[in-house]
Design a protein around this ligand. Structure first.
Ligand code: ZN
Length: 272
């Protein structure tokens, strides 16, 4: 393999399969159909099992989003790492020797299977808020500039209304915070509705300083989307925004491949 030396940083196939088994089935593999352990026999080490009672086979890829996986475990691990590092698909293709459509497909799978909840994010202290227009919608964004936390909402309207902004403030800005916005009327008198100090500035007068962080965030978002996801429909945009938020608020999920795999593959998520 041409990239062998650089690739030695990744775990080998045996190690990956062992980790995947541990995440998905635990140390002692139970049958996913009857939940019993005693009838399970291992057909392929850390990979394929059969339940003698149910007469069914199951594998690490048959009960989750890895279904139909055609790449090796090591390659999966590498793709997760590349995605966590926000590497562009061309770079990844050169490193992993994998086709670009395959990389894009896995990037989407990773993104869609993040088990996170950004609804509870609370911004406090000094918060900047702004809006960005995209085709067919707009995005409301807010940033807690001290803790570097962000919250974004995609609103499927042509132009933002006051209650869209207020709703976001009610849900995500802690009482007592100071809110900086542009002069848009959607933020006007927001301090009458929520216990915050509101300061607005007029962009046409070249006052950019107090919302510069949240405006910078739009640039980061644009670059992120262009590099990672190429074509973006409105439906996908919501999920991409969720990933973007997660990268700020759940940093540990993007640190090690194992952390992400544990998060996205661990057993059945609870409904409540
Ligand atoms: Zn069974």
């Amino acid at each position: 393999m041409p990239n062998a030396k650089a690739l030695s940083q990744f775990p080998n196939e045996k190690q990956v399969l062992r980790e995947l088994q541990r995440i998905i089935f635990g140390k002692h593999v139970k049958c996913p159909h009857c939940q019993r352990q005693i009838y399970v026999i291992e057909l392929k080490k850390n990979r394929l099992w059969r339940c003698r009672k149910c007469r069914k086979r199951f594998s690490i890829t048959s009960v989750n989003w890895l279904k139909g996986m055609k790449i090796s475990g090591t390659k999966l691990w590498m793709l997760v790492w590349c995605w966590q590092q926000k590497l562009g698909v061309l770079q990844v293709s050169g490193l992993c020797l994998t086709s670009i459509p395959t990389i894009r497909r896995y990037y989407e799978l990773f993104r869609d299977n993040l088990q996170i909840n950004c609804d509870d994010i609370i911004l406090e202290g000094i918060v900047q808020m702004d809006e960005m227009f995209v085709k067919g919608a707009f995005i409301l964004g807010a940033k807690d500039i001290i803790r570097k936390r962000i919250k974004m909402n995609v609103v499927f309207k042509k132009s933002p209304e006051k209650h869209d902004a207020m709703n976001m403030i009610f849900q995500h800005v802690k009482p007592g915070s100071t809110l900086f916005t542009d002069g848009s009327k959607i933020y006007r008198k927001s301090e009458d509705w929520w216990p915050i100090t509101h300061k607005s500035e007029c962009h046409s007068k070249f006052e950019f300083s107090q919302t510069s962080e949240v405006e910078g965030m739009w640039g980061v978002l644009r670059t992120f989307i262009r590099r990672m996801y190429h074509h973006v429909t409105l439906k996908k945009l919501v999920k991409i925004i969720a990933e973007f938020e997660a990268r700020f608020s759940f940093k540990e999920l993007f640190k090690y491949a194992l952390n992400f795999l544990k998060n996205s593959l661990s057993s059945v998520p609870l409904a409540f």
